[in-house]
Design a binder for this molecule. Structure first.
Ligand code: GRF
Length: 202
């Protein structure tokens, strides 16, 4: 049966685009939702011919009372969802650009960089009412080399997000139990057209 995935974002939408590309040709119906009317994520959705909608924050409860998804993935969604709405949304996950519980909140990439840490990464977690505090589903490391600029580090974090978020979403849609490491080790599952692992044997 076709799985229904909603991706919610407020801004740029690079994760959304990575998700759309990953699921090309697969039996997944993607809907893009944004609380910001002129957000670039909605432009991307139109260009990629993905169903999209401007959904004001205040309308979330009603919308998710009437529209059901197998999974809702937040990707740069800048509002805090209340408990009542989260209950209606059911399965909601988020991606955060640090290894939680370290560097919660806004501007995490810059905060990590300025703190001078040498190892950071990304976290995919369930969304619960407290920001960046839901159950951790998966984490992936990003090393900060001495020679790296903030821009380069930021790019490395986004590359990791684009590589792992879609793969984690797929596992969750299939209700598969997995460890973070499973997605880091090239295997037949993640090779082929949609996998995008350069390590995969052809
Ligand atoms: C990502 O870094 C994500 O981790 C954070 O917001 C950013 C969204 O980027 N929650 P984009 O809109 O997907 O390009």
């Amino acid at each position: 049966m076709t799985k229904k995935l909603a991706v919610m974002g407020s801004g740029y939408g690079s994760n959304f685009e990575a998700i759309v590309n990953y699921f090309k040709g697969k039996d997944i119906e993607i809907t893009c939702l944004s609380d910001v009317k002129n957000a670039f994520i909605l432009e991307r959705a139109k260009k990629l011919k993905i169903k999209c909608e401007f959904l004001p924050f205040e309308d979330n409860f009603e919308y998710f009372s009437n529209n059901k998804f197998d999974l809702i993935a937040l990707a740069g969604y800048m509002r805090i969802l209340d408990e009542r709405t989260l209950k209606k949304m059911e399965k909601v996950i988020n991606i955060h650009p640090s290894i939680l519980p370290f560097f919660k909140g806004k501007d995490a990439i810059k905060k990590v960089f300025l703190a001078g840490v040498k190892l950071s990464g990304i976290t995919i977690h369930r969304v619960e009412k407290e920001v960046d505090k839901g159950k951790i589903i998966a984490q992936y490391p990003v090393f900060i080399e001495n020679s790296m600029s903030l821009d380069e580090f930021e790019q490395a974090v986004h590359n990791a997000e684009h590589k792992f978020y879609p793969a984690v979403i797929e596992k969750l849609l299939e209700s598969k139990v997995f460890d973070s490491q499973d997605l880091m080790t090239p295997s037949e599952d993640f090779c082929g057209e949609s996998g995008g692992y350069s390590e995969c044997k052809s």
